[in-house]
Design a protein around this ligand. Structure first.
Ligand code: DP6
Length: 359
């Protein structure tokens, strides 16, 4: 795969001091990415709704220094040094330094904050890594003003992917596809692209309420999780199914077929968990309350002829998806009947957003 377009040309006239702040969102996959090969190449294409309220805001202060062969940075989380987050970010910088050699000539002070509560079980890697990628691309654009905005977005997604696969889908919105797929023109395993077709109005401003069922540490890190797909007995069929589901959802999203959407999205969530149930070692990431919530959602859908559905990440929390037209009724249902199954009754109301925002 040709990655040479992403290698920055040697830049002179590096500025002494500069600083950028970006807000980038989390995203929720409808067709899931689960399984990858090196370097961060997905085994199948995936598609996600970009979120709005769940986001990270990151500022990077760049200060010019003598060139070294190692990236030098400080990492602060909400103003306080966070040594335990450093190795993941150091690995990320190591992976991207061939594409962004200028980072070896700066001291970087990274300060991040999340809009969602600490250890809420909401993955912060997608929003965290995409925010850093946008700050780096703002620096690159300042150093090389010839870069087009479209290239800046594309390379930011490319860099974010090298930090965390799903982060490649957190630069733009409302729907992003990552992974090469025959129906999505311009799609690539290297970066995310906007869903290229007109979205039916029923899917505009879709709502996502995240039910915080279990706020504990992740039981399975994403690296371990993706590795479980190597030698998994069902892996090849799963990758094929995901690509077929991406074809199907491409039609569903344009035609506004809500019944088919509900069916596909819930099946994807359960298949992701089925992959973990049938791996070796095996994991059960749902909690009893996850199942209680799923059953309540099914009963509500049946009784109210609703288009509500659920999806899951690699954890116990439940994302409740529903059209904006049902917002009042569904939020009341969540408050009354689903919040009881959340830790401290906590949930976050979110909706689809448009991606990275410069501060
Ligand atoms: C279940 O993007 O967290 O959320 O590339 O190892 O950082 P790494 O994995 P990550 O995996 C996300 C998996 C998922 C499904 C999805 O978002 O598509």
């Amino acid at each position: 795969m040709d990655t040479s377009q992403f290698i920055s040309k040697p830049l002179d006239n590096l500025v002494e001091n500069t600083r950028f702040t970006w807000q980038t969102p989390s995203n929720i996959a409808l067709v899931k990415y689960w399984g990858k090969s090196n370097p961060q190449i997905p085994k199948n294409a995936s598609i996600s709704f970009t979120l709005k309220n769940c986001h990270t805001i990151t500022t990077i202060d760049f200060q010019k220094k003598e060139k070294t062969d190692r990236v030098v940075f400080d990492l602060l989380f909400e103003g306080e040094k966070k040594e335990e987050f450093k190795p993941k970010i150091a690995d990320f910088f190591l992976r991207i330094q061939e594409y962004c050699p200028y980072i070896l000539e700066y001291n970087m002070r990274i300060n991040s904050e999340n809009s969602f509560p600490h250890s809420s079980g909401i993955a912060s890697s997608a929003s965290g890594l995409s925010a850093i990628a946008m700050c780096l691309m703002s620096l690159e654009k300042q150093l090389n003003t010839n870069l087009s905005d479209a290239f800046v977005i594309k390379k930011a997604s490319f860099l974010a992917r090298l930090g965390s696969g799903s982060a490649s889908r957190s630069i733009e919105g409302p729907l992003v596809v990552w992974g090469n797929h025959p129906l999505i023109k311009g799609s690539s395993d290297l970066f995310g692209v906007q869903f290229p077709f007109k979205l039916h109005s029923v899917f505009e401003n879709y709502q996502d309420t995240i039910l915080l069922v279990d706020k504990g540490e992740k039981q399975v890190s994403s690296t371990i999780g993706h590795n479980l797909m190597h030698n998994h007995p069902f892996a090849e069929n799963r990758f094929k199914q995901a690509n077929e589901n991406l074809s199907k959802i491409t039609t569903i999203l344009q035609e506004g077929d809500q019944k088919a959407f509900v069916n596909l999205v819930e099946s994807e969530a359960l298949t992701l968990h089925a992959m973990m149930l049938t791996s070796n070692p095996y994991f059960i990431l749902m909690k009893p309350n996850t199942l209680e919530i799923i059953n309540k959602i099914w009963a509500y859908r049946e009784a109210n002829n609703s288009a509500i559905c659920f999806t899951l990440d690699a954890g116990a929390n439940v994302h409740v998806l529903y059209p904006e037209s049902e917002k009042l009724a569904v939020v009341a249902f969540i408050e009354k009947e689903l919040s009881l199954f959340c830790q401290n009754n906590q949930f976050i109301n979110d909706h689809v957003g448009l991606g990275a925002l410069k501060h």
